[in-house]
Design a protein around this ligand. Sequence first.
Ligand code: ZN
Length: 211
Amino acid sequence: MPAAVVMAVESLVAQTAIPLVDIKSVDPTIVIELRYAGANNLAGRALYPPGTPALVRPEVASRLVTAQAFLRRYQYQLKIWDAYRPKFVQTQLRQAAHNNDYVADPRAGAGSLHSWGVAVDATLIDAWNRPVLMPTDFDNFTPAAMWHYQGAEQAIRSHVHLLQIAMRDAGFYGLRTEWWHFTIADWQKYLPPEEAKRAVQVFERAGKANL
Ligand SMILES: [Zn+2]
């Protein structure tokens, strides 16, 4: 890794007291495509420094290993679209989304749970790294992105269901409005108590999804 990239990544990690690990170093088979590291996102430009790894708390990484192992039995696998998201990126995202309610305000409550390293955005791909039909693309803030797929396409229904089962059994739960978003079930343990209390209110409002 070039020195400049290492420095950028180290400064990203140093901004937080949260213990974070690189998902790739825990499970090299998990495919990483951080959408905010390129221009293919709602901001239309890269929000992460080049070479940014997908970081999460170690407890999240080990659950992703479990989900990945489950999916590989069915010849599918995980692709991570986003993981730890620094607050400065959350601020830029919120601006890019024109303060859309779907993008948490980093100044309100505990902000986004991505900024605590306890949430990931993930989709399903096949064992040969090919995309499969899913309800929508990433960061699609329309009813088509709801956790409970409402469409008529059987392949999409089974893909999203498989992803959700894999993540649920590994210890995550979902968000009513975003099929790709997963938070570890005991996330409150990893936030300071005051922040956790505020985040619970935001999270309950946003709609925790159950399977
Ligand atoms: Zn998310």
